[in-house]
Design a binder for this molecule. Structure first.
Ligand SMILES: Nc1ncnc2c1ncn2[C@@H]1O[C@H](COP(=O)(O)OP(=O)(O)OP(=O)(O)O)[C@@H](O)[C@H]1O
Length: 260
């Protein structure tokens, strides 16, 4: 089976400083991978590395058979909610249309096919009736779905979703879970970062658990990778989440810091 993402002992970071390392992972096309780990373990850095926006400081990476910068036109991404500027006076339709710019080039025109794609993406996330609404006036959950429509509009083969479930109410969460399942059944590959183990079990085929470095400032590293059942074990969760309380199979587990 072809890999949508192939990492061989890869490490990523910024300005020459590695923030996450030791990643050897083959993600099959059509998989949905939950990227789970505590704050600072390197989830966003890995997602940026897949986009070619964080430095590859060691090892090798191949995305959809190409290097990250070349593959970018076939990737849709949803950045973390706190990195968005919601004060811009633009409509939801304009936000979603931005998702076409990469394939059009800076001065390309959005033709009728592009307009239809924007309407279809809005329909897909259940926001067609809000197309003309100013983006900043939508609720947080609706904004999140709007950004997801922007990621989907170019028909990407790989979707990178950075904590899309944060702050969502139950209804928006269900819409998003359904979408992740739907994307997967269409053969697209999804990488979704989350703190929530339930999401992995509800919508994903694989789990990549990341642990923080043992000391502050040390890079994060994988605690486990594989299918959900194989990788989401109590041992791996305890290794990844030290001194925190997490829910696993409806049990609350309080983990303790490993001795060094
Ligand atoms: N642009 C950047 N420049 C330098 N260091 C960064 C940058 N972005 C993140 N880092 C550092 O990289 C490490 C990993 O951060 P990252 O955001 O990837 O973790 P995360 O697992 O996504 O955390 P969270 O769950 O809090 O979003 C942290 O120590 C962070 O301070």
């Amino acid at each position: 089976m072809t890999s949508a993402l192939s990492l061989q002992d890869a490490a990523f970071g910024y300005a020459g400083v590695t923030r996450v390392e030791g990643l050897s992972v083959e993600v099959p096309a059509g998989a949905a991978v939950a990227l789970i780990g505590p704050n600072g373990s390197g989830k966003s850095t890995l997602l940026r590395g897949v986009l070619g926006l964080a430095e590859l400081t060691a090892g090798r990476i191949e995305v959809l058979g190409e290097d990250p910068a070349r593959a970018r036109r076939r990737i849709g991404s949803l950045p973390q909610a706190d990195s968005r500027d919601t004060s811009l006076p633009i409509t939801l339709r304009q936000v979603v249309t931005m998702g076409l710019y990469r394939s059009l080039g800076t001065f390309g025109r959005v033709g009728s096919a592009g307009k239809l794609a924007v309407s279809a993406a809005l329909e897909r996330v259940g926001l067609a009736q809000f197309a003309g609404r100013r983006f900043g006036e939508l609720s947080g959950g609706q904004q999140q779905r709007g950004i997801l429509a922007r990621a989907l509009v170019s028909n990407p083969q790989l979707l990178l979703l950075d904590e899309p479930f944060n702050g969502l109410d139950r209804e928006n969460r269900e819409v998003l879970l359904d979408l992740v399942r739907g994307l997967r059944t269409e053969g697209r590959t999804v990488l979704v970062s989350t703190h929530d183990l339930e999401i992995a079990q509800a919508a994903c085929t694989h789990v990549l658990l990341l642990a923080s470095g043992h000391k502050p400032g040390q890079p994060g590293h994988p605690a486990s990778y594989g299918t959900v059942d194989a990788a989401l074990t109590l041992d791996a969760v305890q290794h990844a989440f030290q001194d925190t309380t997490v829910e696993l199979d409806h049990h609350t587990v309080t983990t303790t810091r490993e001795t060094e």
